[in-house]
Design a protein around this ligand. Structure first.
Ligand SMILES: [Zn+2]
Length: 70
């Protein structure tokens, strides 16, 4: 942990208590390293992956695989 305050993906509020922060998944970024997605413990079940981002990422990976079949 870096000590940075995480933002809840469900309610967009800062997660003040580190013990209340749940790491949901790592999200690919168009520019820069993957980002961690966090939520309050009680909000973790409310968060769904962004299907648009998943679809775009899948298309990029498919295009890369088609171009470089190794
Ligand atoms: Zn929350």
């Amino acid at each position: 942990m870096t000590g940075a305050v995480h933002i809840c993906r469900a309610c967009d509020e800062p997660i003040a208590d580190p013990d209340d922060a749940v790491l949901l998944w790592r999200e690919e970024s168009m520019s820069g390293p993957p980002r961690s997605v966090w939520a309050h413990r009680k909000h973790a079940d409310l968060v769904q992956p962004d299907h648009d981002l998943l679809r775009i990422l899948a298309r990029v990976l498919i295009a890369k695989a088609a171009r470089d079949p190794s």
